[in-house]
Design a protein around this ligand. Structure first.
Ligand SMILES: Cc1cc2nc3c(=O)[nH]c(=O)nc-3n(C[C@H](O)[C@H](O)[C@H](O)COP(=O)(O)OP(=O)(O)OC[C@H]3O[C@@H](n4cnc5c(N)ncnc54)[C@H](O)[C@@H]3O)c2cc1C
Length: 462
């Protein structure tokens, strides 16, 4: 769907009446910062020229924006913290860019262990609000500037998903605005709910194509009284990865099991002006263990160390102070940022966890075949690997070929092309590798039911 510029300017005028002039912005230099996300520059789609940025202050205003845009068939692109890695929030057609940054309140319900957060609050806001109530929000997708709406729209995962899962496992209720402007509430502060089709689960991960999320009820956990982070270096990757299924079978459920390689993690530390804590062993596991009793955490650490040692771990570094553990998490979270300027694409293929080693062996073969460097690290406990195609690949044709081979390797192992970042505006053409024609057809039908005029984040594959 295109956009008629006359319609866009009528809608902009109407929105000024609804929101006030201050919150309807058409000067390009003021909009520019809302038009990009963290997708590597070589593959980042170009935003459209004619755009109007709006910043509503309430769900009612979001509803009026969508109602008006729908009436004039003007596309609307919802932006969150713009930390996405697949260009999902980039407005590719002339239309309205919708930012919920003013809607950022968070209330904590201590008795029910839940937060009620407006969609424009950031991950950092939620972490702090939970902490100040003595509670804990476990997931940690690397960039704390991500907003609640974006985290839910992409069903984000990240470090610390092994024990409690991804965003989907935390969202209990949603307030959303449909493309037609209607406000819908689904779920609530409920742990059980079997009333009708679960539209809430459909909205989670729908990447802003079915609705604008305005508020969410999010499950919190009691603050772990004790948390320990282990860094375990190995000389061989297969030893490191071989230890993971043994740890998971042992009955210990760590919050996180991350796989990193020494060269990349040292670069991330350097990028932050820090030093990495363990400078030996090509392959390393970062394992986070939490619990309510110190003895319980210690015994879990002993068990994990024993398993790692039986897989030829060189050593086990134990970090138990919050300061040191935050430092480790920060360095791990900056692995992408540190190499971003050399990256052409960051993939997030996912396989059944026990097949991660097979996937990495195949990726080595692909790297050797094309004589390129494919740095990889990831959420190993979840079978989720970030493989980076670097600028040394040269031509975009070669990048395409390498990407396709990596995707096919994951699919052959029972995996999929994206476990975290989603489809956005750059993975649509690869969707048919992972999904059947029927699956894609059903997705298109669902999109038409919710968004008959295709105004909300229009995508070429839907
Ligand atoms: C350094 C770094 C590390 C990262 N690590 C991880 C990781 O470990 N795990 C992981 O899963 N991701 C990770 N990401 C990716 C990214 O942080 C997540 O995808 C995040 O959930 C995006 O949130 P956002 O608010 O920035 O959304 P945006 O990038 O602004 O938007 C993403 C999508 O959500 C839609 N959207 C945003 N807000 C709303 C709303 N209110 N209603 C409806 N749709 C909306 C947008 O239209 C778009 O389609 C990382 C990114 C970076 C830069």
């Amino acid at each position: 769907m295109g956009c008629n510029y006359a319609a866009l300017s009528i809608v902009a005028g109407r929105l000024m009446e609804i929101l006030g002039r201050e919150w309807v912005i058409s000067e390009r230099d003021l909009i520019e910062g809302y038009l990009y996300d963290e997708t590597p520059e070589p593959i980042r789609p170009k935003p459209a020229e004619h755009l109007v940025l709006v910043k509503p202050g309430s769900t009612k205003e979001v509803s009026l924006i969508l109602r008006t845009a729908n009436e004039y068939k003007v596309p609307v692109f919802t932006v969150g913290g713009r930390t996405g890695l697949v260009g999902g929030c980039i407005p590719l057609k002339p239309g309205i860019v919708l930012s919920l940054e003013r809607m950022n309140k968070i209330e904590i319900d201590k008795m029910n262990l839940m937060a009620v957060a407006e969609a424009g609050a950031t991950l950092s806001d939620l972490i702090r609000a939970a902490e100040s109530a003595g509670l804990f929000f476990p997931p940690h997708p690397g960039d704390e500037g991500a907003q609640i709406g974006g985290l839910i729209a992409t069903n984000a995962g990240g470090v610390r998903a092994v024990k409690y899962g991804v965003m989907r496992n935390y969202v209990k209720g949603l307030e959303v605005v449909l493309p037609t402007g209607e406000i819908l509430n689904v779920g609530g502060k409920l742990l059980k709910n079997n009333t009708g089709y679960d539209l809430m689960q459909l909205f989670i991960g729908s990447e802003g194509t079915l609705c604008v999320i305005t508020k969410a009820v999010i499950k919190l956990f009691p603050k772990s009284r004790y948390m320990v982070t282990l860094i375990v270096p190995f000389n061989s990757r297969s030893d490191a990865l071989g230890a993971i299924p043994e740890i998971l079978k042992s009955g210990v459920i760590p919050l996180a099991i991350e796989y990193v390689q020494l060269r990349e993690i040292m670069r991330a530390a350097e990028h932050l002006g820090e030093r990495w804590l363990v400078e030996e062993g090509f392959a390393q596991l970062i394992i986070i263990i939490d619990g309510v009793r110190w003895e319980e955490v210690l015994s879990a650490c002993d068990e994990v160390s024993r398993i790692c040692e039986s897989h030829n771990a060189i050593n086990v570094l134990v970090a138990d102070s919050p300061r040191e553990q935050n430092r480790i998490l920060k360095i791990r979270s900056n692995m992408y940022t540190a190499i971003k300027h050399e990256v052409v694409d960051i993939l997030d293929v996912t396989v059944p966890p026990a097949h991660l080693g097979d996937l990495m062996d195949t990726i080595d073969k692909i790297a050797a075949k094309y004589n390129v460097n494919l740095p990889a690290y990831g959420h190993a406990g979840d079978g989720n690997l970030h493989v980076h195609i670097m600028r040394d690949a040269g031509s975009m044709d070669l990048v395409e070929e390498i990407r396709r081979e990596i995707y096919m390797a994951a699919i052959r192992l029972g995996g999929t092309i994206t476990g975290e970042h989603g489809v956005g505006n750059i993975r649509g053409k690869s969707l048919s590798l992972a999904l059947s024609e029927k699956h894609i057809e059903l997705m298109r039908s669902i999109k038409r039911i919710f968004d008959p005029n295709n105004i909300l984040n229009p995508r070429e594959y839907l």
